[in-house]
Design a protein around this ligand. Structure first.
Ligand SMILES: [Ca+2]
Length: 128
């Protein structure tokens, strides 16, 4: 069966995917630590890029206390390596790659959207 890769709506995000490479992994903890402590990268991925932007809080507040801080990067490491809890918005059973709607964190340009999905085109009736 033919499947076509199409871009998901721009509000589709992988909870915790700070660097927007479409997977939650060690690099996302490094991304959070980097922004908080070294300024590289310089901004969080949503909205105005600041840690208090509602999109960034929704996307990266791994242990939901309403702020992005050291504990959120640590929580990613606990989830990945010590059987810690997943992001509260994570897709059960697909916590590292599952996309969810986070409307307050729009992806920006479509080419930057981290979530993709495969769809099968609808069947069309033959006319002959
Ligand atoms: Ca990532």
């Amino acid at each position: 069966m033919l499947a076509i890769d199409v871009e998901a709506p721009p509000d589709q995000q992988i909870p915790g995917d700070c660097n927007r490479d479409a997977v939650l992994d060690l690099s996302d903890a490094v991304c959070i630590f980097g922004i908080l402590f070294t300024g590289r990268p310089s901004l969080f991925p949503c909205g105005n890029g600041l840690p208090d932007d509602p999109g960034n809080v929704a996307l990266l507040d791994m242990q939901p206390d309403g702020v992005i801080d050291l504990s959120d990067g640590v929580r990613i490491l606990q989830f990945l390596f010590a059987v810690g809890p997943p992001h509260p918005l994570a897709v059960t059973g697909n916590e590292r790659r599952g996309c969810v709607s986070i409307p307050v964190c729009l992806a920006g340009a479509p080419t930057e959207a981290p979530c993709y999905r495969a769809v099968t085109p609808p069947r069309t009736a033959r006319m002959w």
